[in-house]
Design a protein around this ligand. Structure first.
Ligand code: ADP
Ligand code: MG
Length: 259
């Protein structure tokens, strides 16, 4: 079976400092992969580099979505091709309502001539907001402005549900969520699981993975995957922390900080 998403030897720099140091991963359609790792190991840099964030300079490697060369695409094209990132720290945008933002994003993804009608859009947004137990007023609030941490995270998942990406990358979507909100968000993600959609779930803690069952778990250190396994790996990390991985692999400093 062909891979839905592939990364080979990805290297990426920020302000001249190399963060990703040869990151490789293949994901088949329908699979959920979790990336776990301590802070400062390059997880968010991976997400931003895949999406084409201008601050990150990719200096090597290859990225393919359904065989298409992602690194050749500009940022808009990547979203249109079906890549989505739920950000660890979503930005606030004054003057643009949540509904305006999402409608533009959906229409950009659909392309000219296939725009969603206003009435269909409103119905879709209302139904997804109900699923996520979001207050309807969030439709007309400015994007993320004054949202609590948990509200921002729910709003990221709302975007994902409406944009129906092929690969959804969720960067620490669990941070700032209490257990009830976590269950709602996980149910939203699980409802999106599909043989032709894949997920890359970045998380610090195993807790989220109790609700979204991953097929594979990878540990990231020093800007690359250092260990892979199944859900049992996440359980061991939860119980024992990351030190045993470092000892096993002879890693002293797991971060990407270079002396
Ligand atoms: P993680 O998400 O695993 O915590 P990040 O990818 O956010 O790790 O960061 C990895 C390293 O890259 C950090 O040590 C940080 O110093 C550096 N870094 C990330 N973003 C920036 C930035 N915008 N400017 C400078 N350094 C950055
Ligand atoms: Mg991060």
């Amino acid at each position: 079976m062909a891979n839905l998403f592939e990364i080979h030897g990805l290297k990426s720099e920020i302000e001249g400092k190399e963060i990703l140091k040869g990151f490789s991963l293949s994901i088949q359609g329908g699979q959920v992969h979790a990336i776990m790792g301590p802070n400062g190991t390059g997880k968010s840099t991976l997400a931003s580099s895949i999406m084409g964030h201008p601050k990150y300079e990719v200096t090597g490697g290859e990225v393919y979505l359904e065989g298409e060369d992602v690194l050749e695409m500009d940022v808009d094209e990547r979203a249109r091709a079906g890549l989505f990132l739920a950000m660890q720290y979503p930005s606030e945008i004054t003057g643009v309502t949540n509904a305006d933002f999402l409608r533009s994003a959906i229409n950009a993804r659909r392309g000219e001539g296939s725009e969603i009608s206003l009435i269909k859009f409103v119905r879709l947004m209302e139904s997804k907001m109900r699923e996520l137990e979001m207050n309807p007023e969030f439709m007309h609030r400015y994007l993320n402005e004054g949202f609590s941490g948990g509200e921002k995270k729910r709003n990221e998942i709302l975007q994902m549900m409406m944009l129906e990406p092929k690969l959804a990358i969720l960067d620490e979507i669990d941070s700032g969520l209490d257990i009830d909100a976590l269950k709602i968000v996980a149910a939203g993600v699980n409802a999106m699981r599909h043989t032709e959609r894949s997920f890359l779930i970045i998380t610090h803690y195993q807790r989220l993975l109790n609700y979204i069952k991953p097929d594979f778990v990878h540990v990231m250190m020093q800007g690359r995957i250092v260990k892979s396994g199944g859900p049992e790996l996440a359980e061991r990390l939860e119980a024992e922390g990351y030190d045993w991985v470092k000892e096993e692999l002879g890693i002293v400093d797991e971060t990407v900080s270079q002396a």
